[in-house]
Design a protein around this ligand. Structure first.
Ligand code: SAH
Ligand code: SF4
Length: 357
């Protein structure tokens, strides 16, 4: 029986989990024990080609040359950076990466040396249509394969290494796309990125950010996935939520909150709630009260993010005053609450904004 985390139609070496790689080798008559050497080359050394690997045993060398060479079954995912921008404060570096078919996705490194976070995309575009989000405004192109997600992590790791910095510590799925709308590829990619002999990102340092795809949340709970969940809520009534997130008409708030309770009970983990603050739309004190009421009894940490204005949306970012008041109400209700800084705004840090340009 195959591992349920394996991607059904791999077309890159980076699409394969470690156990899938072992099985591919076995099926080709190569001893699966060689998988470890190849894995180390892929995820520790971060090799970009497999020509003339004198250090590999000959059967492995032949297999990997053929698999990754011209017309091979598993060419490597090595997207090219068509843009590479650093924010003026030096805290954010953003790449626009071009995939094999010409689609482009955004990948960001955030944070200070030694504590870096990679923020990666899970789809080219997004089908959820959030009005305030540049990716949502541009629409959906296609899902990414696991290898295309993993390759973004590798790109960040290589960039840090080239700068002489420590490797990645955290991984957040907050780039373009809705991770739980591309569930299988995302879970395979996370298994690869957290494999201890490879990229070795701790599962508890991964954050799966979702706009609230209920079946995906329940599936994560059922399958006992070890990754923290971040729920982008933005509104505490169905009508207000539908105005910001058109796709949410399929996922009413009462069912969504019930799914969060199920997730919390099954995993014992706290949920991170994201709330993008938009002036006059969802940053009022009454809305903070409603949010506190909605989340009553849920172990939640609330992250408030001032809106990053986008061209396709008229809303404006919250004021400092409104944001502080909103935060104070939630804290008084007993919720840990963080007000995020708007960071790297000079490199169009909001998801989808760079590609839009
Ligand atoms: N689709 C997933 C993950 C990608 S979006 C989700 O929506 O959660 C990652 C985060 O960026 C979400 O919390 C989203 O609300 C936020 N975001 C998108 N556009 C934004 C903008 N213009 N300003 C501030 N936050 C934004
Ligand atoms: Fe998609 Fe997330 Fe943007 Fe909404 S906020 S359109 S779900 S990427």
């Amino acid at each position: 029986m195959s591992n349920p985390t394996d991607f059904p139609t791999p077309s890159s070496l980076h699409d394969l989990t470690f156990s899938a790689l072992e099985r591919e080798l076995l099926a080709s008559g190569v001893r699966p024990v060689h998988a470890r050497a190849l894995w180390r080359a892929l995820y520790r050394e971060m090799a970009t080609h497999f020509k003339e690997r004198a250090d590999f045993p000959p059967p492995l060398r032949r297999w990997v040359e053929e698999a990754t060479g011209e017309g091979g079954r598993f060419p490597l995912d090595a997207p090219e950076a068509v843009a590479d921008l650093k924010s003026s404060d030096g805290q954010t570096r953003k790449f626009l990466l071009r995939l094999r078919d010409g689609q482009t996705v955004e990948t960001v490194i955030m944070g200070y040396p030694g504590r870096s976070t990679a923020c990666v995309s899970t789809q080219a575009g997004c089908a959820m249509g959030c009005t305030f989000c540049a990716t949502g405004q541009a629409g959906f192109a296609r899902h990414l394969r696991p290898g295309e997600i993993v390759a973004q992590v590798l790109h960040c790791q290589r960039a840090l290494k080239a700068e002489g910095q420590a490797g990645l510590r955290n991984l957040v799925l907050m780039g373009m796309g809705e991770p739980l709308h591309n569930y299988d590829a995302v879970m395979t990619a996370l298994e690869i990125a957290t494999e201890r002999g490879g990229l070795n990102i701790a599962p508890s340092h991964v954050s799966v950010s979702t706009v609230g795809v209920i079946p995906g949340i329940l599936r994560m709970a059922r399958e006992n996935r070890p990754y923290p969940l971040a729920l982008s809520l933005h509104a505490a009534t169905d009508a207000e939520r539908m105005a910001l997130i058109p796709a949410s008409r399929r996922w009413p708030l009462n069912e969504l909150i019930a799914a969060c309770r199920t997730y919390g009970a099954a995993t014992g983990r706290r949920i991170f709630v994201g709330w993008t603050l938009i002036a006059g739309t969802n940053d009022g004190p009454a809305q903070a009260e409603q949010l506190a009421e909605l989340l009553a009894g849920i172990d939640a940490h609330i992250n408030l993010i001032p809106l990053n204005p986008t061209e396709g949306y008229e809303g404006e970012t919250t004021s400092d005053e409104a944001a502080q008041r909103f935060k104070a109400i939630l804290q008084a209700a007993g919720f840990p609450c963080t007000l995020r800084q708007r960071r790297g705004i000079d490199v169009a840090a909001g998801c989808g904004q760079l590609r839009g340009r």
